[in-house]
Design a protein around this ligand. Sequence first.
Ligand code: ADP
Ligand code: MG
Length: 191
Amino acid sequence: MNVVELKDRLLNLVEIFEEKEGLLTELDRAIGDGDHGVNMVRGFKALPDNIDDSSMQSLLKSTGMTLMSNIGGASGPLYGFSFVKVSQVVEDDINDKNLKTILNTFAEAIAQRGKVELNEKTMYDVIKRASEAAENDEKLTEEVLQSYADLTKDIEATKGRASYFKEASIGHIDPGAQSSVYIINALIGDE
Ligand code: ADP
Ligand code: MG
């Protein structure tokens, strides 16, 4: 995937988040404050006016900066910081080989910024598992990513706003895990 293709996929996320806004709102209403859908739409709507597509590095860095200042909430700095970190390791083209580095860097950035581990019911659960799957040469698809988000349903949240719900957070998919399905799906490409 080259810079033009990745730019298309990132810009297309605004349509995906508009389509999924209701779902993300519903998930965040159950175990948060209900703003995750609106936050993601606002962040991705700001992309067309703010991204620099002169190289793969600048595309990912400008995406990160834009998301950081436009998503808001807990998720804005997490996604924003991660895209900036990924921009520091990306090559001109994303392929099966360097996708491992990209996903590992994304996961490490979330862990560092969110001080989060696996099974705390956050976006990290999807991103870390995606990174592990890539590392093991397993095929990643949107369905596989969704299965990782679904795993957050039956566990208790121990990070972020959802942790205030304690055991009442069980039974709901984490909203950030759900939004990560769409973001990571954009990065992995189609082939
Ligand atoms: P807020 O919680 O401030 O309203 P959002 O609703 O936009 O922000 O985002 C909530 C999502 O952020 C959660 O569903 C979770 O996936 C993620 N999140 C929150 N805190 C952390 C953390 N410390 N580490 C990783 N992810 C987190
Ligand atoms: Mg929220």
